[in-house]
Design a protein around this ligand. Structure first.
Ligand code: GDG
Length: 499
């Protein structure tokens, strides 16, 4: 059954999507007229596509003075052809700084990607607590107030779809503001959820407030079943008086049930294929073909982000060149890195380390007519898509990753029957593991062996693997992701009626 059908049979008259960053940012053109810039990616397309079937409102933080000034209004996205309402909340800059730059990233992001160097970090001090109390809590409350105002007047049931780790407290505040008025709240966590061993490091008040907040959600969506199980285990350990049911994947707390399911996120296959066929991508393809020449291409496309494990990828490549001199001069490692969180010191240091390491490989193994690594830092999605069409090996070796959409995009557009090397700690492994060479992200020896195996794999084996990957990604695309969530909500409601 299609998404359309699921939405026609569901019980919600309206949907409210809530996220830190909205689907658009408002800009002014040269004449001073208000226009907007659309956020990139399949998620915006998929979620705004809901406006075809339901009245849709998207609530987000203002990202610019123009957003703040505009506040709210109807928007029609060019690829969507129907209206949605966008509303911006406008937190005080200090509160937003605490919410975003001190708690969401780095504290929660680092925790959930197991990126703490525990003897040294995290250090929770007065500043962190201030950011928690006057930043994270305050912005979550502001979101809840805005949603409550929208929902209060409604006679018919509303579905609220909260997105990600910025909004862990919103559901509890919202239920308080609504004083018993029924709403259905779903929260999808885009990043991994580690087990209680890791959450145990967070001070108990923060941990409790997060779990208490999440126990007000009706359906918690995770990328993988392991993330969902980790969530249940975390509640069992740290949410006093909660009753967990592993078999039903349910947490009961304060007489309320939270259901836990995995909905592996995916891509908009049609939109990606259309882009891959565009003239712009074709031009980049020509440029890349000149750089690659007759060499085999190893590719990585990532945000410049320590959890993507970029440095160890180069270490594995260095080890390949050392142990297999036959690849020297015949392989090129293309790395397309998208700048990310440039204001955060760890990210700047990480880029510096990468630059030094790549310089070392190129100086040591390169020659006047061979550059072993070509590193490009910049934002250019069409160029990344062009490169994905051309790789022989795609390296995804994240230390931890909610899903990793590059692992799904690559096989769809690639024209070389390229091989996917996939970290066992990327969420994509749950669906794609059988079509990939799965590696431990910390094991550069194993990664080096996988690079060699991928570069030397015969065509039949490669075609078999890529056919598997394409089938899964096509069957379980971004609309399937959305539809599964609606279907589970429908079935929970049905069960509720029967109980
Ligand atoms: C989080 C989780 C989860 C490539 N070049 C550019 C560009 N891209 C595209 C890629 C891909 C996307 O950006 C990055 O996808 P990831 O899955 O690696 O995402 P994260 O940013 O880490 O996001 C992740 C995801 O949420 C969805 O739930 O999969 O695990 O960490 O589509 O092709 N995008 C832009 N400019 C480029 O130059 N804007």
């Amino acid at each position: 059954m299609e998404l359309k059908n699921s939405l026609q049979t569901d019980q919600f008259s309206e949907i409210i999507i809530v996220s830190n960053r909205g689907p658009v940012t408002i800009t002014k053109d040269e004449q001073g007229a208000t226009t907007y810039k659309r956020g990139s990616g399949g998620l915006v397309t998929a979620l705004t596509g809901l406006a075809h079937y339901k009245k849709l409102t998207w609530v987000a933080c203002a990202m610019s003075p123009e957003d703040s000034e505009w506040k709210h209004g109807q928007i029609c996205l060019e690829d969507n052809d129907c209206d949605l309402t966008v509303r911006f909340i406008n937190p005080d800059p200090e509160a937003y700084d605490g919410f975003y730059n001190q708690i969401s990233n780095p504290l929660l992001w680092f925790l959930q990607h197991s990126m703490w160097d525990v003897p040294r970090s995290p250090v929770i001090d007065y500043k962190t607590w201030k950011a928690w109390d006057t930043g994270y809590q305050v912005v979550n409350r502001q979101f809840a107030k805005e949603i409550a105002e929208l929902v209060r007047q409604k006679k018919k049931p509303v579905l609220i779809m909260l997105q990600d780790y910025h909004l862990y407290l919103t559901a509890r505040y919202l239920k308080k503001y609504l004083r018993g008025q029924a709403v259905t709240i779903l929260l999808f966590v885009h990043i991994p959820w580690p087990g209680p061993e890791y959450w145990g490091i967070l001070p108990s008040r923060m941990r409790y407030e997060i779990l208490d907040g999440l126990a007000a959600v009706d359906l918690m969506g995770f990328q993988t079943s392991e993330d969902g199980l980790n969530f249940i285990r975390t509640c069992e350990n740290f949410l006093p008086k909660s009753v967990v049911r592993y078999r039903n994947r349910r947490v009961r707390y304060r007489s309320h049930d939270t259901f836990i399911r995995d909905f592996p996120i995916s891509i908009d296959v049609g939109a990606l294929e259309a882009m891959a066929e565009s003239a712009e991508v074709a031009l980049y393809q020509e440029e890349i073909a000149r750089q690659v020449n007759s060499q085999k291409m190893i590719l990585r496309v990532d945000r410049l982000e320590p959890s993507k494990n970029i440095l160890r990828g180069f270490q594995a490549y260095e080890s390949l060149l050392e142990m297999h001199p036959e690849y020297r001069g015949n392989v090129i490692f293309m790395a397309y890195l998208i700048p990310s969180r440039v204001g955060v010191e760890e990210y700047q240091t990480y880029l510096d380390e990468i630059m030094v390491f790549v310089g070392r490989i190129n100086a040591h193994y390169g020659s006047s007519d061979w550059e072993p690594v070509r590193l490009l830092v910049g934002e250019n999605y069409p160029r990344a898509v062009a490169a994905m069409k051309m790789y022989n090996v795609l390296l995804v070796n994240s230390i931890a990753d909610g899903m990793n959409l590059v692992a799904k995009e690559g096989p769809i557009v690639n024209q070389k029957d390229g091989v996917l090397i996939l970290s066992e700690r990327a969420g994509a492994r749950q669906q794609l593991g059988n079509g990939a060479l799965v590696i431990s992200p910390v094991d550069i020896f194993d990664t080096q062996k996988a690079l060699h195996q991928a570069l030397s794999m015969d065509i039949d084996k490669r075609q078999e693997k890529v056919a598997f990957l394409r089938r899964i990604v096509r069957e379980e695309d971004i609309n399937y992701w959305l539809k599964s969530q609606i279907d589970v909500l429908n079935s929970i409601k049905e069960k509720g009626k029967q109980e």
